[in-house]
Design a protein around this ligand. Structure first.
Ligand SMILES: [Zn+2]
Length: 100
C-alpha cells in the first residue's frame, strides 16, 4: 500500500524541472533578439541637458548619434538613424569634468 504513494511522486518532480528550463530559455531569447551596438556616452555639459551617444551601427556599419534623458536609459533597445533596432551597450562614458 505504501509503495503506491512513492510512485505517484515521480512524475511530479519531473515536470517541475522542465518548467524551470523553459522559463530560462524565454528570458535569454528576448535579450539576444537585437544586435548590440557599442556606444560612447557623452554626459550633459553646458547648454545640453540630454546625454548623447554615438554608436557604430551593426546593421549598416555607419555611425549614428542619439540622445538620452539620463544615464539609466542607455542600456536599452534604441532605434538607430537607419531605422533598425539595436541594444545599446555602453563602452565609454565621457563626463563633463575630468576625473582624476
Ligand atoms: Zn545603421
Amino acid at each position: 500500500m505504501t509503495s503506491d504513494k512513492t510512485e505517484a511522486r515521480t512524475p511530479g518532480q519531473g515536470s517541475g524541472l522542465t518548467d524551470e528550463q523553459a522559463g530560462g530559455r524565454v528570458v535569454e531569447h528576448s535579450v539576444t533578439r537585437y544586435l548590440t551596438a557599442h556606444a560612447s556616452l557623452y554626459a550633459p555639459a553646458g547648454r545640453r541637458t540630454m546625454w548623447w551617444y554615438a554608436i557604430r551601427c551593426p546593421h549598416c556599419g555607419a555611425g549614428h548619434f542619439g540622445r538620452l534623458r539620463d544615464r539609466e536609459a542607455a542600456e536599452t533597445v534604441r532605434r538607430t538613424g537607419c531605422g533598425r533596432l539595436v541594444r545599446l551597450v555602453v563602452m565609454r562614458t565621457y563626463a563633463p569634468k575630468v576625473i582624476r
